[in-house]
Design a protein around this ligand. Sequence first.
Ligand code: CDP
Length: 208
Amino acid sequence: MIIAIDGPAASGKGTLARRLATHFGLRHLDTGLTYRAVAAALLAKGLPLGDEAVALDIARNLDLAQMDKTVLSSHEIGEAASRIAVLGGLRSELVRIQRGFAETPPGAVLDGRDIGTVVCPKADVKMFVTASAEARALRRTDEMISKGNAADYASVLDDLKRRDERDSQRTVAPLRKADDAHLLDTTEMDIESAFKAAVDIVERAMHS
Ligand code: CDP
């Protein structure tokens, strides 16, 4: 059983993916963390983000169990992740690792930008989770403030739009809804109703 969840930054796909995994007894991989982990290692070594050979080397030695969401969640790392995410060779290596995770029994929920289109095109269920840029910026701002960080709504909104643009326009595996993905627009939903809607989509797909 593989559930593929894609969507833009701060759409709530991560929270949905984690809760769906718990609900259906599956493992969960936030694939954004794999890009973030490689970006963080490059930043820590002071190496240029465009150095694909070094990025590939870091990716080959990536240990999924060691990725720490708290450490990798910084804005700077997210920005760097979206810059290295345009590198085709690096993506191939990370996709290989992500597929290995997805195909290990009993299956998994993967969330990212290209799960339904590239990583798991044969997933049992695909969802494209979205929300207006304003709703997403508000959620991201609240999330940063609740963690005790400073956050300015206007600059968070600008950053999200810039990252969406870069993710959607890149030539390799751009952010896009797979034709057979269910669209879940959470602009007017809280996390509880979004979760119920997502469970409903999975259950209907399982019984069809
Ligand atoms: O949580 P948030 O949406 O802010 O970002 P993320 O999911 O951690 O992803 C960070 C960056 O990694 C994205 O902006 C994408 O450029 C890249 N990414 C990707 O290209 N493909 C994926 N499957 C996941 C992330």
